[in-house]
Design a protein around this ligand. Sequence first.
Ligand code: NVA
Length: 310
Amino acid sequence: MTRHFLRDDDLTPAEQRQVLELALAFRDDRHIRTPLAGPRAVAVIFDKPTLRTQVSFSTGIAELGGFPLVVDGNLAQIGTRESIPDTARVLGRQVAAVVWRTHAQERIESMAQHAGVPVVNALTDDFHPCQVLADLSAVALHRGGVGALAGLTLAYVGDGANNMAHSYLLGGATAGLHVRVGSPEGYRPAPEVVAAAQRVAQETGGSVTVVGSIAEAVADADVVATDTWVSMGQEEEAAQRELPFVPFRLDEAALALAAPDAQVLHCLPAYRGKEITAGVLDGPRSIAWDEAEFRLHAQKALLTFLLEAR
Ligand code: NVA
């Protein structure tokens, strides 16, 4: 059966552990596995802006022995010039896998339904699961291994309704974390995602909590994460997306409420002075740069898993 990674809970807890272990192994030796040797091509398609994702997937696919075929979504016009099912059938006849950054989650679900090769979510409006694999492996690196993840408390503060919040809920619960989301009213996670994360948490011993203040969210947390208040596609709402979020800024006072050895995550791009202060992002608790590096290792591990699972 062709496996896809469209949302974080597409990997079972055991499979996620396997991928995270492999990500750490790729960090130690970037050429341990070459499942794309040939080279076989992987289509990497962008309907939204990108830097880290394009570079990390392109580098990773090349290091796996393959060829990254980067497609500009503006030229491809998937779903308008050609339907998603037809595009999927065409791509599936040519490439080993499809990596897609797009808007609605239904678009990538439709691609996966018809491609016949693994499809990977490189960010949608609803989820950013590759980022959370990178985040979990970066935390594991600093905590002495993947086995140390279960039982940690991860607090995410800011826009609770965005792709990162949803992926922390699902991916964190899969890893057995206690995930707390602190966000203003009107920007809380989708109830169906919270419910799905709760179901996974029951299996892994983790938990999921949604709270209305930054203090409740970060209290004694082991890992504190935030993200932009204005996600890609929301630029026109930038003005109204400022005031409600100001109390959720990750600053030195908020971080002081977390555990003394807490790590700070930010998926980047970061807006210093908005969702996070420069002192926190550039300070000693931040592992944001390791996190960015782990995009490469984690995505290589994920592609290896999906290609070998077929
Ligand atoms: N929530 C952000 C994540 C960027 C990596 C966005 O969708 O723009």
